[in-house]
Write a protein that binds this ligand. Sequence first.
Ligand SMILES: NC(=O)c1ccc[n+]([C@@H]2O[C@H](COP(=O)([O-])OP(=O)(O)OC[C@H]3O[C@@H](n4cnc5c(N)ncnc54)[C@H](OP(=O)(O)O)[C@@H]3O)[C@@H](O)[C@H]2O)c1
Length: 291
Amino acid sequence: MQKVVIAGAGGLIGTALCASYRYGGHDVTRLVRREPSTADERRWDPADPDPALVDGADVLVNLAGSPLTGRWTAARTELVRSSRVTTARALRTMADGAGTPVFLSASGIRWYGIDRGDEELTEASDPGPYEGVLPRVARDWEDAAGPGAVHLRLGLVLSRRGGLLKALLPLYRAGLGMRFGKGQEFWSHVSLADAVGAIRFLAKLPGAGGPYNVTAPHPARNRDFAAALGRALRRPVALGVPFAVLRPALGGVAAEVFGGLNVLPARLEEAGFGFRHPDVDTAIRAALTDG
Ligand SMILES: NC(=O)c1ccc[n+]([C@@H]2O[C@H](COP(=O)([O-])OP(=O)(O)OC[C@H]3O[C@@H](n4cnc5c(N)ncnc54)[C@H](OP(=O)(O)O)[C@@H]3O)[C@@H](O)[C@H]2O)c1
């Protein structure tokens, strides 16, 4: 049995990870920023890191971060950044203070930049230019978690319970499914089940450290993603919606969120992780029935 402490445990990935660990008979503690309401919760304050909260833990997982949805004001940009960078730094301090052997911290594939076209990106790839909100946040986030951490470079996590897919489902179900931009951009996705499986795999992998792309082995272009979702729902997919139309609705980071990144999970595959949903069809089918 592992003793696992999770920050951001109430989010999309955290909820599924807690359930998975509990199902496996492990001891899970959830760090929350409000008054605890159940016996497995401990209150914590990212501005005042307390190593006692992770005392005796085998694994510490950081899945915290303010959502990317909403209008991108300067204040919002700062919250997106600080909720990741400050939190990662605080948890690093706690892990060091308590001697926690394994620290996994969320990051994202925007570490590689905004749009890298068709270039295949592995953990050995360079980060590209230091520009854009999300790429800068991702790099600072990993720096804050520290070089000894496992950095989970998560792709677009697919689940009907949250994230982009949940937002798209009503449109597609109404027959208003669409491609974004030219439809050529790669969307590097991962099913929620595979994201959870990869986190648990890495938490037990001897000597794991540094970045791991948590993305399916076969990324899909946006047009193929749209077609797969339309097929799974048996609904037509309309023509593409240009970025010029999307930008006002989605705010300033629309181009960053939808920029193409062709990310491959080289290190996870080398380590022997087996994806249950390696391509967009299997991942979408799993996402439509998960949880
Ligand atoms: N889902 C994806 O497709 C995806 C892709 C790439 C990267 N990621 C990253 O992976 C992490 C987990 O993703 P998710 O989809 O599970 O996120 P989520 O559903 O939005 O949950 C994130 C959690 O972060 C905590 N949080 C919210 N605001 C915060 C703040 N101001 N300060 C500190 N903590 C705050 C909340 O936990 P409490 O309220 O319980 O403290 C919340 O449960 C996030 O950092 C996200 O950016 C996700």
